[in-house]
Design a protein around this ligand. Sequence first.
Ligand code: PLP
Ligand SMILES: N[C@@H](CCOP(=O)(O)O)C(=O)O
Length: 462
Amino acid sequence: MKYISTRGRAPSLSFEEAMLTGLARDGGLYLPESIPQMSAEDIRALHGVSYEEAAFRVMRPFIGDAFTDDEFHEIIARAYAGFGHAARAPLKQLDAGHFLLELFHGPTLAFKDFAMQLIGQMFEFSLKRSGNRVSIVGATSGDTGSAAIEAFRGLDAVDVFILYPHGRVSEVQRRQMTTPGESNVHALAIDGHFDDAQARVKDMFNDFEFRDGVRLAGVNSINWARVLAQVVYYFTSAVSLGAPDRKVSFTVPTGNFGDIFAGYIARRMGLPIDTLVVATNQNDILHRCLSSGDYRPDGVIPSISPSMDIQVSSNFERALYYAYGQDGGAVAQVMDELRAGGFSVSQGALQALREAFESGRCDEDATRAAIRQTWDRTGELLCPHSAVGLHVAEDHRSADVPMITLATAHPAKFPAAVEEASGIHPPLPERMADLYERDERVTRIANDLGAIETLIKERITH
Ligand SMILES: Cc1ncc(COP(=O)(O)O)c(C=O)c1O
Ligand SMILES: N[C@@H](CCOP(=O)(O)O)C(=O)O
């Protein structure tokens, strides 16, 4: 299995190389050259197996010879051992045709743990074998950063630097990033918003002297392994509702487009998904683009679902690659236009995107109303991101196809917004009960590439 860049001008790599590389050297994102297929029989056979076994069967065809079967089984077992629910990704029924996929039972209470715990194990295995060290950089609007720090804290072969937008993450998210005491963990509060942090991470990857000098690795969803790990729960949840003999639809609270793109991959692998719905908050560039064909970022507006406060949605590039008929040159051109302010999707590509995805937006009042009403009707307390999903899902349901909305974070990560909407204060799980008492360690830094690179060079331990 080879991995190729969405922009078509970087060398193709093995799974392990692509995982350790992050961004392709032409600025693109890696994708498998071809997508392995699961037959109806393969999918049916997932019925009743553990989450770990399903993860093995879904991901195995993508990893080539990176790990032996025994090694990969062990990596998966370790990745999910710390989850607080035996099913890992349990499905809750809200009404006759609407289900909630709870993805917040991992160590940092967000869906990011599914991928980050796995790649933490894969990095550790791979780096031990080679004797190499890496410097991981990540940009976060709150959840990727805490999940990455949890997965990589204390690992000998890794220094991890996380850029988060100062003042724009929840207090729980911030404390999850700033309280770990391990010396290989560096939380950096950047003056700016998430798009600035992500742009600086990509700048670092495009500065080859720096990139090679510090052996840069990335754990944002630019890393294909992140997306791959998220494909699994589309299969497990669909199978538990009758796939492949019954279609299901998914609504996905969306920001950087990684999670919904994993659903798109599941569909391309053969999972019978009827509708994939992109749910945005008031930062609705993806909904606007799917409606009008125009992609023109116009500034991030802070919301009560801060992890989705994104206007430059990284993985949309992967969707564009398929929409443009796997033409890397066309993708490179629209990405150049994006750097200059924005682009218009061609008619053919827009039609392909609309065949693949539906979309909707949810404003702040509707988010609060969805939290309140879901609590009143079902006793399920939603985080604001999941509430965005639930609200949008209601407009995209059909009578004969069950809808699964992804619940992407635990409400206790956003207690102020949840309490304001529902009157209920969501408590943190016992193991995190002292989070507010722990000491914080963070470096405030300007939105300046030179300053960030200098700090990383000074701090790395190799
Ligand atoms: C809680 C939560 N929900 C939804 C999203 C959006 O996911 P994606 O960026 O993969 O679209 C994020 C951030 O990634 C998040 O942290
Ligand atoms: N919402 C994310 C933003 C980064 O997304 P990623 O999936 O590309 O890592 C966050 O919580 O940090």
